[in-house]
Design a protein around this ligand. Structure first.
Ligand code: CFM
Ligand code: HCA
Length: 534
């Protein structure tokens, strides 16, 4: 299918058409680098997009999953309620965190009322912190701001500081008011800054293990992290901490003691990866545990980073064993799915990652888009210096970090290799880099940033995909069009989808979804006669 972007956008008003055309790029079949795509800019008001807010990115995505921190949403009850458990970031007790110190299944909010909005909410927040400490005795507290808090000017920093002195535990505040940026992305950055300044590096424990890895940008949706940890553990790695799936304050503070940072979701956590590289000399490796071949490539690259022959041999052994266990089931599903096409519309990294898994099943993503990624997630990190900052991006402070006088060590020492060997590895380009989604798109495929409902419907008409990845806002719209949709944020109550076993669970879910005759029985409401259009 050859898409004519002008035709697609023709029904829109001139100004909107001009704006939206910059957010759509086609993969050039004759090769060449990625054309510039507009991203991380304001959505046209009135357009129905899937984006969320800065609070969602900070509380819902990055800090909320830290299981032993009691996270308070300062604001009216709605924001807390709608970020309560819907993301399916799982957590369980472990050797550092007993069950009674896990707060992720609970919901804490100051429940601001009209009089608090008028007279200020600082006293209410301070009282709530006291109450929370008295009842739960948490190790540390997060306070996340919602829109009205910034509007009425509550001084979170002062309240947090006073509470920290009163109770002798860290009380960390996040000025992540919903409007702070154009999407969730702003909230990721705000959360990254505070975690870096207030948590990482404050621990003094040595983390045991010859090869200690952190997993950044992995949130344990549906248990994803646990499957990754199982595989890494069997190869012989120690996972120091994740950020932030099933993570604990008690571990995050010692993250600077790891040897290598793996980055699964680049969008939400690249700031910390980069800052830890500068401050501690810990290199980072972009990984992908979604898809069988992607997992195999990732495991081989991690082993290559340390260059230890034993580790390389154990890696191959685990790959061989896992592959043998899943291949028959994958082949069965592949028979059903081969040759089918899909759209992938997710937040800021899965639209890329899941292309590998679908390819293993014989499927191809023909249209892919992120809700809130930046140009580098599409075009690769080399474009970062050319990204124009605007009033919205200037809203988020850039932290300035320097090598830590005590804790910095050059990267080759972290990786336990000679300077020469490290230079060779660095020259191969696998460290500290992300090439974005474009190189992995199918020839002629479409990348679309911040797609809206109008464009989604039009694109479905044109490409007639067999499957669409969506979130909750677009899922049912596409169902009504007779198109199977996979909720690829929450996995529709399924998962884990990572590594080898996860690929089988995913393959079965998709094969079931595409084989059901239900889709053929649907007549969309707008094609039914006599409904009066309601
Ligand atoms: Fe990263 Fe995520 Fe995603 Fe994201 Fe999200 Fe998510 Fe997502 Mo929903 S951190 S960018 S802000 S991979 S919550 S676990 S599924 S939009 S593609
Ligand atoms: C968020 C969280 C979300 C929402 C998913 C959806 C998630 O962005 O605030 O729209 O269905 O994964 O839970 O992305």
């Amino acid at each position: 299918t050859d898409l004519n972007v002008d035709e697609l956008l023709a029904p829109l008003p001139d100004k909107v058409r001009k704006n939206r055309s910059k957010h759509i790029v086609k993969k050039d079949p004759s090769g060449g680098s990625c054309p510039q795509i507009e991203a991380n800019t304001r959505t046209v008001p009135g357009i129905i997009t899937q984006r969320g807010c800065s609070y969602a990115g900070c509380k819902g995505v990055v800090v909320g999953p830290i299981k032993d921190m009691l996270t308070i949403t300062h604001g009216p009850i709605g924001c807390a309620y709608y970020s309560w458990g819907t993301r399916r970031n799982k957590a369980r007790a472990d050797e550092r965190t007993p069950p009674e110190q896990i707060y992720t299944a609970m919901c804490f909010s100051t429940d601001m009322q009209e009089s608090d909005i008028v007279f200020g909410g600082e006293k209410k927040l301070a009282k709530m912190i006291d109450e929370a400490v008295e009842i739960f005795h948490p190790r540390a507290i997060n306070i996340c701001a919602t829109c009205p808090i910034g509007l009425i000017g509550d001084d979170l920093s002062a309240v947090a500081k006073a509470a920290q002195e009163r109770h002798g535990i860290p009380v960390i505040h996040y000025n992540c008011e919903g409007y702070k940026g154009v999407s969730q992305s702003a909230g990721h950055h705000i959360a990254n800054n505070q975690i870096m300044e207030r948590i990482i590096g404050t621990g003094t424990e040595k983390v045991d293990g010859k090869y200690v890895l952190n997993i950044l940008g992995e949130y344990n949706i549906g248990g994803d992290t646990w499957e990754i940890e199982r595989i890494l553990g069997e190869i012989g790695y120690t996972v120091g901490s994740t950020l932030t799936g099933d993570s604990a304050y008690a571990k995050i503070k010692n993250m600077h003691r790891a040897h290598l940072n793996l980055v699964q979701c680049h969008r939400s956590i690249n700031y910390i990866a980069e800052m830890m590289e500068t401050k501690y000399g810990i290199p980072w490796l972009k990984v992908n545990f979604i898809g069988i071949d992607a997992t195999i490539d990732t495991l081989r690259e991690i082993a290559r980073c340390f260059g230890d022959e034993d580790l390389i041999a154990r890696t191959e052994h685990v790959i061989e064993r896992e592959l043998a266990a899943v291949t028959p089931e994958i082949e069965r599903c592949r028979k059903v799915l081969k040759g089918r096409t899909a759209f992938a519309f997710v937040g800021g990294s899965r639209s890329h990652h899941y292309q590998f898994l679908l390819r293993n099943l014989g499927m191809e993503v023909v249209v892919a888009g992120y809700e809130f990624a930046h140009r580098d997630d599409y075009e690769g990190r080399e474009v970062i210096p050319t990204i124009k900052s605007d009033a919205d991006s200037k809203n988020i402070p850039e932290l300035h970090v320097e090598p830590d006088p005590e804790e910095y060590r050059p990267p080759h020492l972290h990786l336990k290799m000679s300077k020469e060997k490290y230079d060779e590895l660095a020259a191969s380009g696998i460290l500290n880099d992300y090439k974005g989604m474009y190189p992995d798109m199918v020839d002629g495929g479409i990348m679309i940033d911040d797609a809206n409902h109008f464009e989604t419907e039009e694109l479905v008409e044109i490409f007639k995909p067999d499957l669409i990845f969506t979130g909750i806002k677009d899922k049912y719209v596409t169902h009504k069009m007779g198109l199977p949709s996979k909720q690829i944020h929450s996995y529709d109550y399924s998962g884990p989808y990572t590594c080898f076993r996860g690929a089988v669970t995913f393959a079965k879910d998709v094969a079931h979804s595409l084989s059901t005759p239900a889709w053929k029985m649907i007549t969309p409401p707008w094609e039914q006669s006599g409904t009066g259009g309601d």
